[in-house]
Design a protein around this ligand. Structure first.
Ligand SMILES: C[C@H](O)CC(=O)SCCNC(=O)CCNC(=O)[C@H](O)C(C)(C)COP(=O)(O)OP(=O)(O)OC[C@H]1O[C@@H](n2cnc3c(N)ncnc32)[C@H](O)[C@@H]1OP(=O)(O)O
Length: 723
C-alpha cells in the first residue's frame, strides 16, 4: 500500500512528462490518482510547462483502476464518496481535459479500463503497434467509471464503442489507430519524443486540440443511435440474461448521447457506485484474484525455486486427449513428440492435431503461415528413441493401471533423469502408476479437460512424494500454454470431478421421486450453467458416465446415489447424444428435445430403487431445484477443502468455474455458498437427508462451520484454531 505515485519531469522544450509508477501494471490506486492530480496542478501552474505528456513506467501505460481497491469502496472507506464524481469530473474532466495546456498520452504495453479512460481525457494519444487498449470493466461486473462510457463512443463511434465495452475485448495499437482511438502509431523508442512533439504541435495549433467529451463527428443521428441501443439491448439480454450491468452500461451510454457528455458522466458515476456494491461485482472481482492466486501454493511456490526450462515435451497417446494436449503445447510454442503404438494410430493422432489447428484457421483465428509454423513443432514417433532429450512427458493413454505402470517404467529408462513424468489420468491413483519406478518425486498428474486445447483449466495433481520443483515446472508450462493451473491432492476425481459427481446423481435421485428432468435442466441453465445435469450426461455419454460413477460408488459408497436408470437406458442402446437418444432426443443439428419415452425408464428404475413419488418434488420452484442440485455439490466441495485436496477455497471456485462452467458472476461454488450462508445450506441439507437419505447428509466440516456461523471459505487452519 502507498507504493503508487506519479512523477513529474519538465524538459527544456517545456513539455512535462507525468509518469505513472505502480508496479506491476501501473494500476490507478487512489494514491496514484491523487499524485496525478497534484502533478497536474503543478504542471498547469508552472510557467516553464507548456504542454504535458502522460505515460507509464516500464513500458506499461496503465492496467486501470486498482482492482484491489474495490474492497475498500465496498466497505465505504474511500474519500471519493464525499464528493460525487470527484475523480471522473473534477480531476479528469475539469482539470486535465479542460486544461489550457494540451496533454498527450504516450501508450505502450497496456491502457485498460481507467488507464484508457485517462488516455481518452488527453487531447491526443500516441501508441505503440502492440499496445492493448480496452475497457474490460464489464468483466468485473462494473461499467467504466472514469468517463469511458462517454468518450469511447465519441472517438470510435457508437457501434464500435458498444462492442468494445460489451465484449471487454481490447484492441491493439494498430487497430486503435484505424478506429480513431489513437492518433499515431510509433515504435516504443520513438514514443515519448513523438508525444512531446505532438503536444507542442497541438499548442501551436499544428494539430487539432480535441476534447473527446465534446466530439460529435463520429456520433450517429439520435434516431439511428436509438436503433443501435435497441439492438444492443436485445443481444445483451439474450447473451447474458442474468446480468444487469451490461444493460446499465447501455443506458449510461445512451444518456450521454441524448443529454450530452456531462450528463452521461454523472449518470456513469451514479450507476457505477450502485454496481460496485452488487454481488455480481464482488463475485467477479473475487474470480479475478482467485484466478491469479492459483499459482501461489504454500510450501511450493514460496521456496524460491525457478521453473526449469522445458525445451521439448513428449505426449504419449494420440487419442482425443493426447492430441488435444499436443495441440495446446504446440500452440504454446513447445516442440512436441507424439508417440503412438502403430502407424495407423499415429497418423490418426497427427490428423487430429492438424484438424484442431485447421479449425482455428477456418475461424480466422490463425494465419496459414502461423499454422505451418505451429504444426511443424509436432513430430510423430513409434518408439522411445527420441525421448533421451525430453524435459517433460505427458502420458494420455487409456485408463489401464498395468499399461500405465509399464509405460512409466519404460519412461524411467528412456528419459533423462530430470524429466518430469506426468499422467493425464482422471481416475487412477498416481502412486499406483509410479509403483514400478523409483521416480516418485517427478511423477505428477496433468489433468486436462476435454477438449484439452480449448478448456482453460489444468489440474496439477501432486502426491505426497511429488517434488516442489516438478510442480513449479508444470505450473510454468501450464501458464505458458494459457491454462489456469490448480494444484490439487491425489484423490478419486481430484477437485473438479470429485465435487461435481453429486451434480448428475442428484438429478437422478430427484426424477426417480417425481421431479421433472426437463424442468431441472431448465432451472439450472437459467441459473447460469451451460447445461443441466441431464443434458450434460447425454453429452458426456452413458459409457463414460457409468465408468466414472462406478469410481465414486466404490470410493464413497455411503454418499453416492445408486440407481439403475442410466443402465436401463443403455441396455436399450440409448447412450446419450452420440446415439441421438439419451435423456433427450437429438436431431441432425444436435438440437435436443424432450422424449416422452423417458417416463417408462424412470418408472422402471423407480421400482428397482424401491422409492415412491413425493408430490412435493413434482412441483419444485426454480430456487428449490438450484439448491437441491448445488448444495450436495457444496457439501462435497467442503469435504475436498477439509481434506486439504486444495490449499484454499478460492481454488475450488476457479475449478468450478473453469472445469464445470459454474457461472463466474456467482463467484464460484464456495463463494456463492458463502453468500447464502453455511447455516442455511446446512439446515436444508439436513432436512433433505431426513426425507431422501444419506446422499444429502451434511459433512462434519459443513456442520462445524454452520454451528459457528463461519464462512465455508475461511482457511482450514484458522477455523480449527477457533475451535
Ligand atoms: C473506474 C475504472 O473504469 C475501473 C477500472 O479501471 S477497473 C480495472 C480495469 N482493468 C482491468 O480489468 C485489467 C485487469 N488486468 C488484466 O486484465 C491483466 O492483469 C493484465 C492484462 C493487465 C496483465 O496480464 P498478465 O500480464 O497476464 O498479468 P496478471 O498475472 O494478470 O497480472 C499481474 C499482476 O498485476 C495485478 N493486476 C493486474 N491488473 C490489476 C489492476 N487493474 N488492479 C490491481 N492489480 C492488478 C494482478 O493481480 C497480478 O498480481 P499478482 O502478480 O500479485 O498475482
Amino acid at each position: 500500500m502507498g507504493k503508487g505515485r506519479t512523477t513529474l519531469e519538465v524538459g527544456a522544450d517545456g513539455v512535462a512528462i507525468i509518469t505513472i509508477i505502480n508496479p506491476p501494471v501501473n494500476s490507478l490506486a487512489f494514491d496514484v490518482l491523487y499524485s496525478l492530480r497534484d502533478n497536474y496542478e503543478e504542471a498547469l501552474r508552472r510557467n516553464d510547462v507548456k504542454a504535458i505528456v502522460v505515460t507509464g513506467e516500464n513500458g506499461k501505460f496503465s492496467g486501470g483502476f486498482d482492482i484491489s481497491g474495490f474492497g475498500a469502496i465496498q466497505e465505504g472507506k474511500n474519500v471519493e464518496q464525499s464528493k460525487p464524481g470527484y475523480i471522473s469530473v473534477d480531476i479528469l474532466t475539469d482539470t486535465v481535459e479542460a486544461a489550457r495546456k494540451p496533454s498527450v498520452a504516450a501508450i505502450d504495453g497496456l491502457a485498460l479500463g481507467g488507464g484508457l479512460e485517462l488516455a481518452m481525457v488527453c487531447h491526443a494519444r500516441i501508441s505503440t503497434p502492440t499496445a492493448q487498449l480496452g475497457l474490460p470493466e464489464l468483466q468485473l461486473g462494473l461499467i467504466p467509471g472514469f468517463g469511458g462510457t462517454q468518450r469511447l463512443p465519441r472517438l470510435v463511434g457508437i457501434s464500435k464503442g458498444l462492442e468494445m465495452i460489451l465484449t471487454s475485448k481490447p484492441v491493439k495499437g494498430t487497430e486503435a489507430h484505424d478506429l480513431g482511438l489513437v492518433d499515431a502509431v510509433v515504435s516504443p523508442q520513438e514514443l515519448i519524443s513523438t508525444a512531446r512533439q505532438w503536444a507542442l504541435d497541438i499548442l501551436e495549433r499544428r494539430r487539432p486540440w480535441v476534447a473527446s467529451l465534446y466530439k460529435t463527428d463520429k456520433l450517429d443521428s439520435l434516431g439511428e443511435a436509438r436503433e443501435i441501443f435497441k439492438f444492443a439491448r436485445a443481444q445483451t439480454r439474450k447473451r447474458a440474461p442474468n446480468l444487469k450491468h451490461p444493460l446499465v452500461c447501455i443506458d449510461v451510454i445512451e444518456e450521454g448521447i441524448v443529454s450530452g457528455g456531462r450528463a452521461g458522466l454523472l449518470k456513469e458515476y451514479h450507476d457505477f457506485q450502485g454496481l460496485v456494491h452488487s454481488d455480481t461485482c464482488k463475485s467477479l472481482v473475487h474470480i479475478f484474484f482467485a484466478q491469479r492466486s492459483t499459482t501461489k501454493v504454500p510450501g511450493v511456490t514460496d521456496l524460491g525455486l525457478a521453473p526449469r526450462k522445458v525445451r521439448k515435451v513428449a505426449v504419449l497417446g494420440g487419442g482425443l486427449m493426447g492430441s488435444g494436449i499436443a495441440t495446446a503445447l504446440i500452440l504454446g510454442n513447445y516442440p512436441v513428440i507424439l508417440k503412438e503404438v502403430n502407424e495407423k494410430f499415429l497418423q490418426a493422432g497427427i490428423g487430429r492435431v492438424k484438424a484442431n489447428l485447421q479449425s482455428r484457421v477456418k475461424k480466422g483465428k490463425m494465419s496459414q503461415e502461423k499454422f505451418d509454423k505451429t504444426f511443424s513443432l509436432l513430430k510423430g514417433v513409434l518408439d522411445y528413441e527420441s525421448f533421451k532429450d525430453v524435459d517433460m512427458v505427458i502420458e494420455a493413454v487409456i485408463e489401464n493401471i498395468s499399461l500405465k505402470q509399464d509405460i512409466f517404467s519404460d519412461l524411467e529408462k528412456y528419459c533423462p533423469p530430470h524429466c518430469i513424468l506426468a499422467s493425464n489420468t482422471s481416475t487412477i491413483d498416481l502412486n499406483l502408476i509410479g509403483k514400478k519406478t523409483k521416480s516418485q518425486d517427478r511423477i505428477i498428474g496433468a489433468h486436462f479437460f476435454s477438449p484439452a486445447h480449448v478448456m482453460p483449466l489444468l489440474e496439477i495433481v501432486r502426491t505426497n512424494q511429488t517434488s516442489p520443483q516438478a510442480i513449479v515446472d508444470l505450473l510454468d508450462v501450464g501458464k505458458k500454454i494459457r491454462k489456469t493451473p490448480v494444484v490439487v491432492g491425489n484423490c478419486t476425481g481430484f477437485a473438479v470431478n470429485r465435487m461435481f459427481f453429486p451434480y448428475t446423481q442428484v438429478g437422478v435421485l430427484l426424477i426417480e421421486r417425481g421431479a421433472d428432468p426437463y424442468q431441472i435442466d431448465k432451472a439450472i441453465t437459467k441459473f447460469g450453467m451451460p447445461m443441466g445435469p441431464f443434458r450434460l450426461t447425454d453429452l458426456v455419454g452413458f459409457g463414460v458416465g457409468i465408468a466414472t460413477a462406478t469410481q465414486f460408488v466404490e470410493n464413497f459408497p455411503e454418499r453416492t446415489y445408486k440407481s439403475m436408470l442410466i443402465h436401463l437406458m443403455q441396455e436399450d442402446k440409448r447412450t446419450g447424444e452420440s446415439s441421438r437418444k439419451g435423456f433427450y432426443l437429438y436431431d441432425d443439428r444436435r438440437k435436443a428435445s424432450p422424449d416422452p419415452e423417458l417416463r417408462k425408464y424412470i418408472e422402471k428404475s423407480r421400482s428397482i430403487s424401491g422409492v415412491t413419488i413425493d408430490p412435493k418434488l413434482a412441483k419444485l420452484s426454480e430456487k428449490d431445484i438450484v439448491e437441491m442440485v448445488f448444495f450436495p455439490v457444496v457439501n462435497e466441495a467442503c469435504r475436498v477443502f477439509a481434506e486439504g485436496i486444495v490449499v484454499k477455497a478460492a481454488d475450488l471456485d476457479i475449478s468450478s468455474v473453469m472445469g464445470m462452467g459454474f457461472p463466474p458472476y456467482r463467484g464460484g461454488i464456495m463463494f456463492w455458498a458463502d453468500l447464502l450462508g453455511s447455516k442455511y445450506i446446512y439446515s436444508r441439507l439436513e432436512e433433505w437427508s431426513k426425507s431422501y437419505g444419506e446422499f444429502f447428509k451434511p459433512c462434519a466440516f459443513l456442520a462445524e462451520r454452520a454451528a459457528k456461523g463461519a464462512p465455508l471459505s475461511a482457511p482450514v487452519e484458522q477455523a480449527k484454531s477457533r475451535l
